[in-house]
Design a binder for this molecule. Structure first.
Ligand code: DX5
Ligand code: ZN
Length: 239
């Protein structure tokens, strides 16, 4: 997939080297079958998936409670030997402590610009902990919120839904927001899209500039999640 190995990232800290922009489907494990998580991760790894997205929800920043450090550590142990990457999306108010708890198991961590008055500090802490620093932005937040933070950002997570639940409909204005973000961001900053992405719109998100395309229900809600992953990958590579 063109990502550096975990070892070489760690050797070069700081600053973090940034992986090349290879269009990538990132399976979001919140919709995986909790009783078969390891098996589902293994099958996706075997099919070439490398970036595994883990949604962390605190019941406050978003109205839902979701995955914790135990699951994250388990996934990390499973994917790191195959050069897999653990991407933790913190939908958490004041996520300073959570960064410290999750960083030992993560390669990429995103925090929401809306979740804390000090996103600059949080992004600095994520890099200092040895992870790529992501800034997530909700559909209702002006894109200008990203501008003062660009030097501290390795990837922007542009939400395609209001975060909290999988299986929501994609907000169509997200496509314009992706295009605008791609124009705003320097080449080295990766663009992620998260929420509502499936077979019908994955190619459009790629065409609008998304590099890391997160998908939960379109993969794990399918009768064959691996086949769905392959289908989505084919769509974005053809876009
Ligand atoms: C939504 C989460 C997403 C979620 C996407 O709040 O941040 O990562 O898993 O789910 P789908 O792909 O089903 O919209
Ligand atoms: Zn997410």
């Amino acid at each position: 997939m063109g990502f550096s190995s975990r070892g070489s990232w760690a050797d070069n800290l700081p600053p973090m080297p940034v992986p090349p922009r290879t269009p990538t489907i990132c399976p979001s494990l919140m919709s995986a079958d909790a009783m078969r998580l390891g098996e589902q991760v293994d099958s996706l790894l075997a099919q070439g998936a490398r970036v595994f997205h883990i949604d962390v929800m605190d019941g406050r920043f978003v109205p839902n409670l979701m995955l914790g450090t135990g699951t994250t550590r388990g996934v990390a142990d499973r994917v790191h030997p195959s050069d897999g990457i653990v991407d933790v999306h913190l939908m958490v108010s004041r996520p300073g402590n959570a960064i410290r708890w999750f960083a030992p198991h993560a390669d990429m961590i995103s925090v929401h610009v809306e979740a804390d008055p000090h996103p600059h500090q949080l992004l600095t802490e994520i890099r200092a902990a040895g992870c790529l620093a992501g800034l997530a932005i909700n559909p209702g937040t002006p894109l200008e919120a990203v501008t003062p933070l660009i030097e501290r950002i390795d990837y922007v997570n542009c939400m395609g839904v209001n975060p909290g639940f999988s299986g929501q409909s994609f907000i169509p204005e997200t496509i314009e927001r992706l295009t605008a973000l791609r124009d705003l961001l320097p080449d080295r900053v990766l663009l992620q899209v998260d929420g509502g992405v499936g077979l019908t719109n994955a190619a459009s998100t790629r065409a609008a500039g998304a590099d890391l395309i997160v998908s939960a229900s379109a993969i794990f809600g399918a009768s064959d999640p691996v086949a769905a992953y392959v289908d989505l990958t084919d769509r974005i590579l053809a876009a």
